[in-house]
Write a protein that binds this ligand. Structure first.
Ligand code: ACO
Ligand code: KIV
Ligand code: MG
Length: 520
C-alpha cells in the first residue's frame, strides 16, 4: 500500500454475514453478491469458510475463479486441515488470501484448553503453514479486545514473524468503545516489533451499537483495513456496516481524511440485493440504506429541502445510487411539498386550487400512512370530477352492513336543499344507490360499476368508475376514497350530475352523445 491514508475495505458478508441466523444464501446468490462486491471496489472479499461444508468450499472456489480485482479470502481455524482446505479453494483467485484465527482471550483460550505458551506455539505453526502456501496471510486473535495487552502483543509479534501480512483485531463480542478501540490500535503500533510493516485491520461487532464508531476510531489510530458487511449483516447484532463506514469517510473527509476505493453509487443496489437474498429486511431508519434515510415527510423539512437541499441532507441520494424522490407526502406535509409533487406529476395548480386540494390532501393523509403519487392522481381526478359547485353533492353517509341486512342513511345537498333518507338494499352499495334514487329519482340505468385499489395496503384508496345511461345519453362518473362505499356513491352521484348537465344542454339544443366526467 503506497498511500498512507488509503483504507482497505474487507467485506465479510458472505462469511460473517452469512453467520446471521437464517441468512444462508444459495450458491448462485453468493456468486452474484461476490461479483457485485468486486465491481463496487471492495479490496478483499471473505468468501466463506471452506472447511465448513462442501457448499462453502464450492462457493469460495468458484468466487476465486471468477474474481477480477478483489483479493479473495477464506477463513480457517488454527488447524492444518482447515488451512489446507482454505488454500485449495482460494488458490484459484488472481489474488488469494488465507485468513486464520484463534481465540486469545482468557475465556477463549480455555475452549481448546491451551495454556499461553501452547497457544503461542500453535499460532507460530499455523501461520507459518499458511504462509508456506500463500504469500497473503491474515491472522486474527479472536476476542482481541478482551485479551491481556501483554499477551496480545506477544502473539501478534509471533504471527508477524511467521509471515502474517495483515493482523486483524476483532471485537468479537462488540464489547469495546470508540476510545478504547483507538487506544488498542495505537498501543499495538507502538509496542509490537514489525507492526509498521503489516496492515492492522479492525473487525467490529455491533452488540452495543458501536461497530461503526469503533471501526472509525481504529482507523484514526492507524488501522488501515475495515472489516464490514453489507447492511451490517453478521453474527448476533451484526458487523460494522460497509455503507456506514464508507459514507462516513466520504462525507466527513474533512476530519477523517481517509480514502476507500468503493464506488458509492453501487451501495443501494447491493444493499437491496443482499436484503433480498438473505431474507433480512433493512430497518426503515437504518443509516444510509434504510427506506427512510433520504425521505422528508414533514412540511418544514420539505420546504427547507425544496429551497436548499443542504438544509436537511448531508449527502445526496445519488451518492449511494438512489435516484428516487426524496419527498414523501404524509400528514405532516405542507403546501410547498404538495405543490412541488403535483408539478412533478404534471399538474399546474393555482393558489386557490392548491388551497382546495390541500384540504382534501390533509383529510386523505389523516386516513392513510403515506400518500403515494397514484393517490394524488386519484385525488386530483376526484377534485376535477366532484366539486363543491355540483348540483348534487354527497354530504353524509352512514352504512350498516353484515349478516343482518344492509342499509344506508344518506344526506345530500340538492341544489340549495339538504335531504336525508334511509334505504335498504341487496348489499351496501345497492342500499346506497337506492338511497340516492330516493333523494334524486331518475330513470338512468347503471351500465358499469368498477372498483380498483389505487395503491397497496388495507388503507389504500379505491377508485370507483360508473357508467350510466338515460334516454340514449351516457355519462360516466369517477371518485376516489379510502372508503370504497363512499367512493361508489360519489362516483354514482357524479354521473347523475353529468346527466343533469347534459339534459339541460340538450334542452338548450346541444347534441346528446357521450359525456364523461373527465376530459381525458
Ligand atoms: C467469531 C467467528 O465468527 S468464528 C467463525 C464461526 N463460524 C463458524 O463456526 C461457521 C462454520 N463452522 C462449522 O461449520 C463447524 O463449526 C466446523 C465444520 C468448522 C467444525 O465443526 P465440528 O468439527 O463439528 O466442531 P464444533 O463446531 O462442534 O466445535 C468447534 C471446534 O473447533 C474448535 N475451534 C474453534 N475455533 C478454533 C480455532 N480458531 N482454531 C482451532 N480450533 C478451533 C473448537 O475448540 C471445537 O473443537 P472440538 O470439536 O475439539 O471441541
Ligand atoms: C473470525 C473472526 C475474525 C471473527 O469473525 C470475530 O472474531 O468476530
Ligand atoms: Mg466476526
Amino acid at each position: 500500500m503506497t498511500d498512507k491514508n488509503r483504507v482497505l475495505i474487507f467485506d465479510t458478508t458472505l462469511r460473517d454475514g452469512e453467520q446471521s441466523p437464517g441468512a444462508t444464501m444459495t450458491h448462485a446468490e453468493k456468486l452474484e453478491i461476490a461479483q457485485m462486491l468486486d465491481e463496487m471496489g471492495v479490496d478483499i472479499i471473505e468468501a466463506g469458510f471452506p472447511i465448513a461444508s462442501e457448499g462453502d468450499f464450492a462457493a469460495v472456489s468458484e468466487i476465486a475463479r471468477r474474481s477480477q480485482n478483489s483479493v479473495i479470502c477464506g477463513l480457517a481455524r488454527a488447524q492444518f486441515p482447515d488451512i489446507d482446505r482454505c488454500w485449495e479453494a482460494v488458490k484459484f483467485a488472481k489474488r488469494p488470501r488465507i485468513h486464520t484465527f484463534i481465540g486469545t482471550s482468557p475465556l477463549h483460550r480455555a475452549i481448546p484448553n491451551l495454556d499461553m505458551d501452547q497457544m503461542a506455539e500453535r499460532i507460530h505453526q499455523t501461520v507459518t503453514h499458511a504462509r508456506n502456501l500463500c504469500d497473503n496471510v491474515q491472522w486474527s486473535p479472536m476476542d482481541a479486545t478482551r485479551t491481556e495487552h501483554d499477551y496480545l502483543c506477544r502473539v501478534i509479534e509471533i504471527a508477524i514473524k511467521a509471515g502474517a501480512t495483515t493482523i486483524n483485531i476483532p471485537d468479537t463480542v462488540g464489547y469495546t468503545a470508540p476510545r478504547e478501540s483507538a487506544d488498542l490500535i495505537r498501543m499495538l503500533l507502538e509496542r509490537v516489533p514489525g507492526a509498521d510493516e503489516i496492515v492492522f485491520a479492525t473487525h467490529c461487532h455491533n452488540d452495543l451499537g458501536m461497530a461503526t464508531a469503533n471501526s472509525l476510531a481504529a482507523v484514526e489510530a492507524g488501522a488501515r483495513q475495515i472489516e464490514c458487511t453489507i447492511n451490517g449483516l453478521g453474527e448476533r447484532a451484526g458487523n460494522t456496516a460497509l455503507e456506514e463506514v464508507v459514507m462516513a469517510l466520504k462525507v466527513r473527509h474533512d476530519i477523517m481524511p481517509y480514502d476507500t476505493a468503493i464506488d458509492t453509487t453501487k451501495i443501494m443496489g447491493i444493499s437491496r440485493r443482499v436484503s433480498q437474498v438473505s431474507g433480512f429486511a433493512v430497518q426503515f431508519n437504518k443509516a444510509i440504506v434504510g427506506k427512510n434515510a433520504f425521505l422528508h415527510e414533514s412540511g418544514i423539512h420539505q420546504d427547507g429541502v425544496l429551497k436548499n437541499v443542504e438544509t436537511f441532507e448531508i449527502m445526496r441520494p445519488a451518492d449511494i445510487g438512489l435516484n428516487e424522490a426524496n419527498i414523501v407526502l404524509g400528514k405532516h406535509s405542507g403546501r410547498a411539498a404538495l405543490r412541488s409533487k403535483l408539478n412533478d406529476l404534471g399538474y399546474e395548480v393555482g393558489d386557490n386550487q392548491l388551497k382546495d386540494v390541500f384540504v382534501r390532501f390533509k383529510a386523505l393523509a389523516d386516513r392513510k400512512k403515506e400518500v403515494y403519487d397514484d393517490d394524488l392522481i386519484a385525488l386530483m381526478q376526484d377534485s376535477a370530477a366532484n366539486t363543491d359547485s355540483d348540483y348534487l353533492q354527497v354530504k353524509h353517509l352512514r352504512v350498516v352492513c353484515g349478516s343482518d341486512g344492509q342499509s344506508a342513511d344518506l344526506t345530500m345537498i340538492v341544489g340549495d336543499e339538504e335531504k336525508t333518507v334511509h334505504a335498504e338494499g341487496d348489499g351496501p352499495v345497492d342500499a346506497c344507490f337506492n338511497a340516492v334514487k330516493a333523494i334524486w329519482p331518475h330513470s338512468a340505468v347503471l351500465q358499469l360499476y368498477q372498483v380498483h385499489a389505487v395503491t397497496e395496503g388495507t388503507d389504500a384508496q379505491a377508485t370507483v368508475s360508473v357508467r350510466m345511461e338515460e334516454d340514449g345519453r351516457i355519462a360516466t362518473g369517477q371518485a376516489a376514497d379510502t372508503d370504497t362505499i363512499l367512493a361508489s356513491v360519489k362516483a354514482y352521484v357524479g354521473a347523475l350530475n353529468r346527466l343533469k348537465v347534459r339534459r339541460e344542454m340538450v334542452g338548450e339544443g346541444a347534441d346528446a352523445k357521450h359525456v364523461s366526467m373527465y376530459s381525458h
